[in-house]
Design a protein around this ligand. Sequence first.
Ligand SMILES: Cc1ncc(COP(=O)(O)O)c(C=O)c1O
Length: 392
Amino acid sequence: MSVTTNDPTEAPGNPLRGLDLQRLRERTSEKWRAYPADVLPLWVAEMDVLLAEPIAKAVGDAVAAGDTGYPSGTAYAEAVAAFAAERWNWTFEASHATLLPDVSLGFVELLKLVTRRDDAVIVNSPVYPPFYHFCTINGRKVIEAPLGEDGRIDFAALAAAFELALGRGGRAAYLLCNPHNPTGTVHTATELARVARLAADYGVRVVSDEAHAPLVGHGTTFTPYLSVPGGENGLAVLSAAKAWNLAGMHAALGVAGPEAAEDLSRVPGEMSHRASHLGAISHTAAFRDGGPWLDALLTGLAEQRALLADLLAEHLPAVGYTPQPGTYLAWLDCRALGLGDDPAEHFLERGRVALNSGIPFGTGGKGHVRLNYATTPEILTEAVERMGASIR
Ligand SMILES: Cc1ncc(COP(=O)(O)O)c(C=O)c1O
């Protein structure tokens, strides 16, 4: 078994094989503390990995130097721009980017630039639940454009949602999830160019949440929304939080297409100030020096996806699962199991496995669960075995 190494001279091993259940149970983060100790937690989007060595070093150096004040400078933007140029063949000016406290508060802030209270925000359900929460507490009205049966954007539904949104008067924005959480769907360049054309036809502004972008697996192309023709007046939020497991190190980067730079300049300086300096340091190190670790992770995640498909075929063959290359989240259709609207309740009570209920993901969520497979192969195996045993 390969193990994660902290020796910077060696290529990183599979980060998903660096820890075991006993050590993971010592963690104090939400994933490991929300449920009793007999429950295997495969829910919230934390990964069961050790930090990439360059990140641990950057944070350790900052702590050792007492460099724990407020964030400043453009290092984060420059690191993301270099990463995007190398991996996605897309670049942007650091002056078209701004530091944000995290992805969620970031998209709220960007939506504020292009909509007002009572305006509509369109989302593709089923979708990451805070899309609903943050938009509604911010006084926006969420309108759903459900994904198609194939888990991809349904353009007829999107056009209908744009129509409905603008029919209410006021402005509208489309909060795109690229790649999509929970399905893991990676939107293609063709789909995104079509989004841009439709948005232009209706005068809808696009804000793209690209939190999972670096996680798009080898062999699949991630397309930044701002890179497609017509994406020039879009806004995007990027972050290292998901791909390098830095949710506890708050920071994110808002980026504007060239025609939206003026909008982005209206983000109050106070907002950038609210990012964590240690967060920005850790994210910068991730994008700048965390490539080898990320590559090892992507290989490990591809193995986990294949393992999950095999385990489901063996233990829960009635569950629908289409492996997708974006994110480390699997969207499982459990409707054929006859467990009602919320199978997560059953799997927790009878299987002692914690998954996300599909219901908060909006229309299309009933009868589904979201499973986080960014864990060790042993834990994933035991979890699916338990789930299988729970229905017999
Ligand atoms: C699509 C998406 N956006 C945002 C977030 C949250 O990011 P942050 O913790 O930086 O707000 C997540 C977390 O899982 C996510 O999946």
